[in-house]
Ligand binder design. Structure first.
Ligand code: NAD
Ligand code: LMR
Length: 339
């Protein structure tokens, strides 16, 4: 749930207050790319999530070490490490939730689309295995370019006859995390109580933060809203440049990925009013995939929420982002069908 929308205690809240883990359903979570920059801290955060009973860590190299390491943490889940394609099926079998941070990250000067040639193939092969070994799992796609990798996943699942649009999510939570942090800083508000929806997609101008719907509403001047919008859109690049060739956001992404995965698990467990922004199959605009607020439930997406009232600046941003997002979606669909 968005921090500001929490009302009833969630199952993870109850566990933290000392209720026994037996009252919480068994849930197997798989991380594909678990030895990477995102994968490792994400494995740690999922290991300490009391909603997880089995944690399966897969990568093409390095997972035995990561699994041995986080496996020593005295939290609920059993941990297993799987390495190499031969073990991918075993890693996936019985999964409730599969999180995919596999693939190459950006270096300075690159766009997320520059990652397409390598990551599209990785995502396609991993999704082919998901269709085979855990066709009803929820999928959280982190690998970039998200605007294209989510459509690729959808096409792979359609071809395999396993596609359920309610279960495929592009993770855009880091955009929300950034928008909240930057807005709270400018508005001089305690960040814990701040909420900002971010819609559209996950690259440059396709990232559209809706500061007109931020809560609490600080009524910041137009020039500040424009600067906040630009900083949110360029947040990934800010980290890529600061890391100077050593990759992109990993720690903040692991945090964001863990927040989103936790929300998916709460939804699966029947916790009411779980709402997160995510890039999903959508009819909110004319584009087939779009990020907006989504209600999460026992089957994944329960409802894709409308964009709500937009300021003139946001309306303009929405029209500007559509051609780029449409092209990225079409590129993903074409790749999946041509390869
Ligand atoms: P990384 O290079 O540190 O780690 C990637 C991992 O994927 C490596 O351990 C690698 O061995 C593994 N991998 C490669 N091919 C694989 C395959 N076929 N099967 C399983 N694992 C495989 O990169 P990172 O910094 O962790 O970033 C990973 C991806 O996440 C990148 O594409 C990056 O752009 C993306 N990302 C997305 C967001 C977002 O907001 N959605 C944020 C940050 C990064
Ligand atoms: C991010 O937003 O940090 C990620 O998408 C990684 C990147 O390439 O910017």
């Amino acid at each position: 749930r968005s921090a500001a929308a929490r009302s009833a205690p969630s199952s993870s809240d109850l566990l933290r207050r000392g209720f026994s883990s037996e009252s919480v359903p068994e849930r197997k979570v798989v991380v594909l790319g678990a030895a990477g920059g995102i994968g490792q801290p994400l494995a740690l955060l999922m290991k300490i999530n009391p909603l997880v009973s089995k944690l399966s860590l897969y990568d093409i190299a390095g997972t035995p070490g990561v699994a041995a390491d986080v496996g020593h943490i005295n939290s609920r889940s059993e941990v297993a490490g799987y390495v190499g394609e031969d073990q991918l099926g075993q890693a996936l079998e019985g999964a409730d939730l599969v999180i995919i941070p596999a693939g190459v990250p950006r270096k300075p000067g690159m766009t997320r689309d520059d990652l397409f040639n390598i990551n599209a193939g990785i995502v396609k092969s991993l999704c082919t295995a998901i269709a085979k070994y855990c066709p009803s799992a929820i999928v959280n796609m982190i690998s970039n370019p998200v605007n294209s990798t989510v459509p690729i996943a959808a096409e792979v699942f359609k071809k395999a006859g396993t596609y359920d649009e309610k279960k495929l999510f592009g993770v855009t939570t880091l955009d929300v995390v950034r928008a909240k942090t930057f807005y709270a800083g400018k508005a001089n508000l305690p960040v814990a109580g701040v909420d900002v929806p971010v819609v559209g997609g996950h690259a440059g101008i396709t990232i559209l933060p809706l500061f007109s719907q931020a809560s609490p509403q600080a009524n910041l001047p137009e020039d500040v809203i424009k600067a906040l919008t630009k900083r949110t859109q360029d947040g990934g690049t800010e980290v890529v440049e600061a890391k100077a060739g050593k990759g992109s956001a990993t720690l903040s992404m692991a945090y964001a990925g863990a927040v989103f995965a936790d929300a998916c698990l709460e939804g699966l467990n029947g916790v009411p009013d779980v709402v997160q922004c995510s890039f999903v199959q959508s009819s909110v605009t004319e584009l087939p995939f779009f990020a907006s607020k989504v209600v999460l439930g026992k089957n994944g997406v329960e409802k894709v929420l409308d964009l709500g009232p937009l300021s003139d600046y946001e309306k303009e941003g929405l029209e500007k982002l559509k051609p780029e997002l449409k092209a990225s979606i079409e590129k993903g669909i074409k790749f999946a069908n041509d390869n």
